[in-house]
Design a protein around this ligand. Structure first.
Ligand SMILES: [Zn+2]
Length: 157
C-alpha cells in the first residue's frame, strides 16, 4: 500500500525523495548497506533549494519541481518537520554506533532548528508571518520506517 507518495513508506527527508511530498525524484538501484538509496541519477524534476536556519546556517533541500514552484510560507513547518525526521533517521541508522546518550543530546540540538527564511529571495514581510515552527509531535521517525524498507535491492522505474 502506498501511504507516503512512495512505495517505501519514507515520510521524511531522504536522498532521492522530495523532502516535502516524498515522491521519488531519482532513479536508484536498491539501497546501500546503510539503507540510503543507491542513486544513479536525479530526475529532471528534482530541484535543489536553500533555506536560512535559526542557527544562521544555510540548508540545502531537494524537492520535486511541483513542491518548489508552489512553495508557500505554510509549507515551511511541514518541510522542517520532514528534515528533522530525516536527521532522526540518520542518527538512528547511520550513527547506530553512537550511544543513546549521544544520539539524544545531538537531537536535542537539531530538533530546535527552524527555517527562518527562504534563499536567495526571502519571504515578504507578509509571507513571513505565515511561517510556522515545526510541530513537536511530528518530529519522530517511527521504527517501522527502516523495517519496511525492502531487504533486497529493487529497481525503480
Ligand atoms: Zn514534492
Amino acid at each position: 500500500m502506498i501511504k507516503y507518495n512512495n512505495e517505501y513508506n519514507v515520510d521524511y527527508d531522504k536522498p532521492g525523495f522530495c523532502a516535502l511530498c516524498h515522491i521519488i525524484i531519482a532513479d536508484f538501484d536498491g539501497f546501500n548497506p546503510n539503507m540510503t538509496p543507491r542513486i544513479i541519477r536525479f530526475h529532471g524534476t528534482a530541484r535543489q533549494s536553500y533555506f536560512k536556519l535559526s542557527d544562521g546556517s544555510r540548508m540545502a533541500v531537494m524537492m520535486c519541481e511541483g513542491c518548489l514552484s508552489g512553495f508557500a510560507p505554510e509549507d515551511v513547518g511541514p518541510l522542517m518537520e520532514s528534515v528533522i525526521r530525516g536527521w532522526h533517521w540518520e542518527v538512528e541508522t547511520l550513527m547506530g554506533f553512537w550511544t543513546d546518550e549521544k544520539k539524544k543530546s545531538h537531537m536535542r540540538v537539531y530538533r530546535k532548528k527552524e527555517i527562518v527564511d527562504r534563499l536567495p529571495n526571502g519571504f515578504s514581510s507578509k509571507e513571513i508571518t505565515k511561517v510556522k515552527k515545526p510541530r513537536k509531535n511530528r518530529l519522530n521517525v517511527k521504527d517501522r520506517t527502516h523495517r519496511d524498507l525492502p531487504r533486497k535491492p529493487r529497481r525503480v522505474r
